[in-house]
Design a protein. Structure first.
Length: 162
């Protein structure tokens, strides 16, 4: 079984106390950390360096050139027997899952961000997961991150209010 810490839409220029708390309280025992874009600056990831965990990330629409040069817009990873697409997303929150799904083929799950609205569920045979935002409350009433568990070909996710 693999445990994955998922975060998106941090919208910060550097690490901060909120991210350091997320690292120490929620991501300390994960096998992998996924950032689904809009970190804004690479310094955001510094909060997770002490954990010595692999970090997989994509860039989002608000990311600076350093992030855009370091991370792709989309990527695919396989964890145990689950193929996961990762992208930030774009456009209106309405219809976003259908839009982003069209960027991938042959995936079992899709991690995304952009809307700041946490979501965990299945549609059209694909597990969709958006961790929301741990720092921004413009589009939701809770600051959130996510934890995903993969066991063989099974995947499930939990939204965590931080």
């Amino acid at each position: 079984m693999k445990k994955i810490g998922v975060i998106s839409d941090t919208h910060l220029n550097a690490s901060c106390a909120i991210l350091e708390r997320i690292a120490s309280e929620h991501f300390f025992d994960v096998d992998l950390i996924i950032h689904a874009g809009d970190m804004v600056s690479l310094g955001v990831l510094d909060a997770f360096i002490p954990l010595r965990k692999e970090i997989v990330a994509v860039c989002g629409n608000m990311d600076d050139p350093g992030v855009r040069q370091t991370y792709p817009v989309t990527r695919t990873v396989t964890i145990e027997d689950v193929t996961i697409g990762i992208t930030h997303g774009w456009g209106s929150p309405h219809g976003i899952r259908q839009r982003i799904l069209s960027s991938f083929s042959g995936i079992d799950a899709l991690i995304y961000g952009h809307t700041h609205q946490a979501f965990s569920g299945r549609e059209r045979g694909v597990f969709f997961f958006n961790p929301g935002s741990p720092t921004d409350l413009r589009f939701t009433s809770n600051r959130t991150i996510g934890i995903i568990q993969v066991n063989g070909n099974m995947i499930e996710g939990a939204i965590v209010i931080v």
